[in-house]
Design a protein around this ligand. Structure first.
Ligand code: ZN
Length: 348
């Protein structure tokens, strides 16, 4: 989660054009949830595996994963290793698991002096509509080392990073067993988020698959803790943006949650007038600004947000597991339903 609520908000004139073209392509959609295999794959996302991965990704040896740092590169290698182990390839049309994000791109407006960096991507090709892409994203950078203290970012966004590993593994298992997603899943670990959503901004301007073929982005940033509004129970998640561009997406989130996951979906921060402006503060925004429906899964902020105390031992793995399972279920439905979700709203 980016620290600066008002930073670099650009408006894009392409939005209305995209919506018009999407509306033309509109077809009748079914509200039925797709398949019955889903539950067995949801259950492959476990607290123990999330904990194993997070204990490595958010350890001191990753040096706080600052953009372009040696520590972040080490975290990247760990992620790539996991995909290789699972037999999950990098996307078709790419030549490695890395999308280079040049320093010049990140430093152009900010005057920062960041080195080259990279997004990490992995791909589960769809069986029926491989050219339609569902993105599942989370940023793997954090804020590095300050005054000799390592900022491990276990929640921000170690929690989303390891969720992506588990979500990808679940899709890959389904594919191996002949239940692979109909549409393709693009897993995107973004860089440069904390400095200004740079990795996602770069991807959205240099997409591997056409923006017009990108069905939705399910973005996960901070889902391992609880905030002050949920002291009594961690059985909740904030959903932000799900109804801004697509009524279908909003319904999918509601339906899969009530069918499989049973979290309390909290829309407090979905209010466009909320002063925190969370909608603009993580990577999904760089998809939404191009007219791609997004949903942002988020636990809210807490006393350890952007502090050296955002550590693995404070993560509530029961909550993290259910929220990661929700992210998977939403992506599953987006990828498997008969008709592509429709963009029926203007995002404003
Ligand atoms: Zn952050």
């Amino acid at each position: 989660m980016n620290q600066f609520p008002m930073k670099k908000i650009k408006s894009f004139g392409v939005l209305s054009l995209l919506i018009t073209s999407c509306l033309v392509a509109q077809t009748k959609t079914s509200s039925k949830i797709s398949t019955s295999n889903e539950v067995s794959y949801i259950n492959t996302i476990t607290a123990s595996e999330l904990k194993t991965h997070l204990s490595i990704v958010a350890s001191d040896s990753m040096e706080g994963r600052d953009t372009g740092s040696e520590g972040q590169k080490k975290a990247a290698r760990y992620l790539v290793e996991q995909y290789k182990k699972e037999g999950i390839p990098f996307p078709k049309g790419a030549d490695s698991y890395y999308q280079k994000v040049p320093a010049a791109f990140m430093n152009q407006d900010s005057g920062e002096n960041l080195p080259d960096s990279a997004n990490i991507w992995a791909f589960i090709e769809g069986s029926e509509k491989p050219n339609e892409i569902v993105v599942v994203s989370a940023h793997y950078d954090h804020v590095g080392i300050k005054n000799g203290e390592v900022y491990n970012g276990a929640d921000d966004d170690g929690s989303g990073t390891v969720s992506l590993l588990e979500i990808a593994q679940a899709f890959q298992k389904a594919k191996k067993e002949g239940h692979g997603p109909k549409r393709s899943i693009l897993i995107l670990h973004m860089t440069g988020e904390e400095h200004g959503l740079y990795g996602s901004s770069y991807y959205s301007e240099n997409p591997l698959f056409p923006i017009a073929n990108t069905v939705a982005d399910v973005n996960i940033d901070m889902i391992g803790r609880r905030d002050e509004f949920h002291k009594k129970s961690n059985n909740y998640v904030y959903l932000i943006g799900s109804d801004y561009l697509s009524t279908d997406l909003y319904k999918i989130c509601e339906d899969v949650n009530s069918k499989y996951i049973h979290l309390n979906l909290d829309y407090k921060f979905n209010d466009r007038n909320d002063p925190n402006r969370f909608y603009y503060r993580s990577d999904h925004y760089n998809f939404a600004k191009h007219g791609i429906p997004v949903v942002f899964l988020f636990n809210g902020v807490h006393a350890d947000y952007h502090q050296a105390t955002d550590e693995v031992d404070k993560i509530e793995f029961d909550a993290l597991t259910k929220r990661a399972q929700l992210g998977f279920s939403i992506a599953w439905e987006l990828a498997n339903r008969d008709a592509r979700i429709v963009v029926d709203k203007d995002g404003n």
